[in-house]
Design a protein around this ligand. Structure first.
Ligand SMILES: Cc1cc2nc3c(=O)[nH]c(=O)nc-3n(C[C@H](O)[C@H](O)[C@H](O)COP(=O)(O)OP(=O)(O)OC[C@H]3O[C@@H](n4cnc5c(N)ncnc54)[C@H](O)[C@@H]3O)c2cc1C
Length: 275
């Protein structure tokens, strides 16, 4: 299939993009890397009147550190982030997760913010942001607002962004020295979306885990540091709480088992590393 006709608008500046959104709102679809959007257009899952291409806006292509965050402008591709040494050192969970996101070819165009806006429950990047408790910055003609990630991804491929708003950046909290992280996923083939993805973070006092691929949005739980004899019970309760679902790739039962097994491996490893 091919998309129905649309007008193509390539914005040169952030102001121009925001102005187009204000004037045309829900008739517009923003395109960043196009790696998910092009497929949706071809399948006619979305039929915008205007395609607003933001990939050529220089002021959206930045990776900057500010107080406690590493911020990625909406133009930053997943490949640019992966090649940034600061990501590996300062947001190691993102550094661990990025190689699982699609393939080198898709990462060359796909953006960090585009993946978050797309809000696929199996996506690695929104899972990392949710596990770390990051934020999204959106801009409209009336100003800027900062949305905690748990309030941004509100359902299956649904975000809290208003039609007149542009996501301008995503803020990933910088790791503290006492924190340890781990990311793993099981997918049918490398580069496929995860059947289950697990991201973990321990700081000596708390154990935090994020699960993707099981619910409509990434599910994050935090406990006071789990002792070895508490890990299985905590993960079992989490697995049953989330439930999982059956599809052509895996059963709900298999998904629950992955939460228990991958979760335990990660928590034991990073907590041992801390001791
Ligand atoms: C073969 C293949 C394999 C893939 N495998 C994976 C995988 O394993 N894991 C994974 O997570 N993803 C995977 N993807 C998807 C890929 O990571 C995309 O890059 C990502 O989902 C979307 O990023 P994008 O920049 O291409 O966004 P686009 O496709 O341009 O946009 C996606 C959505 O976000 C909206 N949007 C984008 N940017 C903004 C913005 N700044 N403000 C407001 N709305 C915005 C668009 O309107 C659209 O609705 C795969 C894609 C392909 C083609």
């Amino acid at each position: 299939m091919k998309p129905p006709p649309f007008d193509y608008h390539r914005a040169q500046t952030q102001d121009e993009a925001v102005n187009t959104l204000m004037n045309h709102g829900s008739d517009v679809r923003v395109m960043a890397g196009g790696q998910s959007l092009m497929a949706m257009l071809n399948m006619r899952l979305t039929q915008p009147k205007i395609l607003l291409d933001i990939s050529g806006i220089p002021e959206l292509n930045y990776q900057t550190e500010s107080s406690n965050y590493l911020s990625f402008g909406a133009g930053v591709t997943q490949a640019q982030a992966l090649n940034n040494a600061r990501v590996v050192n300062e947001v190691p969970l993102l550094g661990q997760a990025l190689p699982y996101v699609g393939h080198m070819q898709t990462r060359n165009r796909g953006t960090i913010c585009g993946s978050i806006c797309h809000a696929d429950p199996s996506s690695e990047i929104p899972l990392v942001l949710a596990t770390l408790g990051g934020e999204i910055v959106v801009r409209s003609e009336t100003g800027q607002r900062i949305i905690p990630i748990q309030d941004f991804q509100i359902g299956l491929m649904t975000s809290a962004r208003r039609p007149d708003e542009l996501v301008v950046s995503a803020r990933f909290p910088v790791a503290r020295p006492e924190q340890r992280f781990s990311f793993t996923e099981i997918a049918r083939r490398h580069g496929d979306f995860a059947i289950v993805a697990i991201a973990s973070c321990c700081d000596g006092k708390t154990t935090r885990i994020g699960v993707g691929g099981v619910a409509d949005t990434p599910a994050v739980r935090e406990w006071p540091r789990l002792e070895p004899d508490q890990i299985d019970d905590a993960l079992n309760e989490l697995a049953w709480d989330l439930g999982g679902y059956d599809d052509i790739h895996a059963s709900a039962r298999y998904r629950r088992e992955l939460i228990r097994k991958l979760g335990r491996d990660q928590i034991e490893r990073i907590q041992n590393d801390q001791d």
